[in-house]
Design a protein around this ligand. Structure first.
Ligand code: 3HC
Length: 289
């Protein structure tokens, strides 16, 4: 079965990036959010990003308008009934995801493929609550989705070869390079990235160096585009904290234990760039102060 129409559930940071990327690649996309207000916010994020793509000469103004024309917003899951692939990008909470997939299973067409953009929760557990486990995969994008070239496609022990091949071909049509991963916590990238980010916080907390010098060390010494503390603010300290907790629960290894400073920042609501303060402080445009 060829994927022709795409559904996305959630139009936050990751969801809106997935919607934009699929629409830019020519797919009609239906995106569901829980309120009109969140849909409006998601759409304006997509418009800003598409305008930036035009500025950067990665797209023409016509491409931008065509992509926007392929996007339909809705607050009803039933409106995703004729989608061939539904990608979930809601909050990283297993109970929420299971509830959503049960509802989707009842409303989506029987042949539809399901994918979760989770960064660390077990795909198998979500697939198991549906009647279509062979048609269920992980499809993990990276932030910012329109820019980052990678997608992890996650195969569970129940995923059929056909579903896997279809979803992989879809990711390639988006212009992404696919890495195939097993359903283990953090897949490939976060398994390596999360302990690195936690170690950077530990280094800062222990006074090894200033936040700027820790970041400069990795930017100038290793050629990373962002230092770890800047990247942590960019990904979200809350998001990274939740991923670390999931990995710690699974592996019971101190390597994945969130350092105390990180817990305090999460509790304080200093979640990084999106809240104006994390390890660094930011202005309304998201630039470091
Ligand atoms: N649409 C399309 N292309 C765009 C674009 C847009 N809206 N905005 C920028 N671009 C292109 C630019 O044209 C440029 O392309 P080029 O290299 O061919 O010239 C490239 O993207 C970089 O853009 P800029 O030069 O404007 O931006 P910066 O140089 O400031 O880079 C960044 C910004 C891409 C975010 C870079 O700092 C970076 O790569 N940071 C690391 C991000 C990262 O590691 N993300 C993964 C996080 S982990 C994750 O998401 C997993 C989750 O589970 C936690």
């Amino acid at each position: 079965m060829e994927i022709k129409k795409v559904g996305v559930v959630g139009c936050g940071l990751m969801g809106s990036g997935i919607v934009e990327t699929a629409a830019k690649a020519g797919f009609p996309v239906v995106v569901r959010e829980v309120s009109d207000e969140l849909l409006k916010k998601g759409r304006s994020r997509i418009e800003v990003s598409l305008s930036r793509a035009v500025e950067k000469q990665k797209a023409t103004p016509q491409d931008k308008e065509a992509a926007l024309g392929r996007i339909t917003g809705t607050t009803r899951l039933a409106d995703l009934a004729d989608c061939d692939l539904v990608i979930e990008a809601v909050i990283e909470n297993m109970e929420e995801k299971k509830k959503l997939f049960k509802e989707l299973d009842a409303t989506a067409k029987p042949s539809a493929l399901f994918a979760s953009n989770t960064s660390s929760l077990p795909i198998t557990d979500m697939a198991a609550v549906t009647k279509r486990a062979p048609n269920f995969v992980g499809l993990h994008f990276f932030n910012p989705v329109p820019v980052m070239k990678l997608v992890e496609v996650v195969k569970t022990v129940m995923t059929s070869e056909e579903a896997f091949r279809n979803v992989k071909a879809f990711a390639e049509k988006l212009g992404k390079t696919v890495v195939v991963a097993k359903d283990t916590p953090g897949f490939v990238v976060n398994l390596l990235l999360v302990p690195y980010l936690l170690d950077a916080v530990r280094a800062y907390e222990n006074g090894v160096a200033s936040r700027e010098d820790i970041d400069n060390g990795m930017v100038l010494g290793c050629g990373h585009p962002m230092g770890p503390l800047t990247l942590l603010d960019f990904v979200g300290i809350d998001t990274t904290y939740y991923i670390a907790e999931i990995m710690f629960d699974e592996f019971k290894d101190d390597h994945y234990a969130a350092p105390p400073l990180m817990r305090r920042l999460v509790a304080a609501g200093f979640w990084g760039r999106k809240t104006g303060r994390g390890i660094y402080e930011y202005d309304e445009k998201g630039n470091k102060k």
